[in-house]
Design a protein around this ligand. Structure first.
Ligand code: SAH
Length: 244
């Protein structure tokens, strides 16, 4: 396994000693039992990766940047996952798994059938923290943005800003994604996948999304849970775009 990776804010150069965030310093000291001289990988705000070594100084830990590392190939398709706020802790799962898969941005939204209390204070910071640690763990060079929850009408407006918007809807025509995605994805560089909350989208909401240019698609004859559907749809897009 390669060295542990950490994101740092700011843009740095070879030779710099970069202080790591307090939470990262604690993780290195307490969980990973790292010491001065251990190897580490650091990704700065511009997405550049460096190999370096750790320096412990009391509670503070810095990394001396010694080698520039090759940047991983960026994904061809930049995808936003718009997720209807689910109940309980399910959003944690969505954020972690979508980040691993390579999602560019997560946009939680509230719609007519939202039942979750997910917009509670503190949740957004928690999701952003989870996105950062999932990104560090999986080796991607960037952390996806987790936006503050928006109203349904903002989601409708978002549909117009992307090359391709795909909305899984249980009542959509059942033509397989394998047939539909290749033609939809041609020339698309940005995409949005919108997933309803546990209660799904109302007919009016599905109609409004379609009227703004979204494609209503089926994910098969089984009803998937809200936290499953987005990952499945995004995985299908990754497959169609050649990104996996
Ligand atoms: N309330 C609905 C299910 C909602 S599932 C019902 O019980 O009938 C939550 C979301 O997952 C849906 O809004 C949709 O975006 C997506 N989804 C789940 N299963 C799907 C399927 N088979 N096809 C398309 N979308 C699906």
């Amino acid at each position: 396994m390669g060295a542990t990776r950490f994101f740092v804010s700011g843009v740095f150069a070879l030779g710099d000693a970069v202080e790591l965030a307090a939470a990262d310093a604690r993780k290195l000291a307490v969980v990973l039992r790292a010491k001065t001289g251990d190897a580490v990988e650091v990704v700065d705000s511009s997405g550049r990766s460096y190999g370096g070594t750790l320096r412990f100084d009391g509670q503070r830990v810095s990394a001396v940047l010694e080698r520039a590392l090759a940047a991983p190939r960026p994904l061809r398709l930049r995808v936003t996952l718009a997720q209807g706020l689910p109940k309980g802790q399910k959003m944690d799962y969505v954020v972690e798994k979508a980040t691993e898969l390579g999602i560019a941005r997560i946009l939680p939204f509230v719609s007519s059938r939202t039942a979750g209390d997910g917009a509670r204070p503190g949740k957004l910071e928690r999701w952003q923290r989870l996105a950062k640690s999932a990104a560090q763990q999986c080796g991607r060079p960037d952390v996806p943005e987790v936006a503050a929850p928006v109203e349904f009408r903002t989601l409708v407006a978002e549909v117009r800003t992307v090359d391709l918007a795909v909305v899984p809807w249980e009542l959509a025509d059942g033509r397989p994604l394998r047939e539909r995605l290749p033609e939809l994805i041609v020339n698309a560089r940005t995409a949005l996948v919108a997933i309803g909350p546990e209660g799904g989208f109302s007919d009016e909401e599905a109609g409004a999304l379609e009227a703004s240019g979204a494609h209503l698609v089926s994910l098969g004859s089984r009803i998937l849970r809200t936290e499953t559907a987005g990952l499945v749809a995004y995985a299908a897009l990754l497959y169609a775009s050649g990104d996996i």
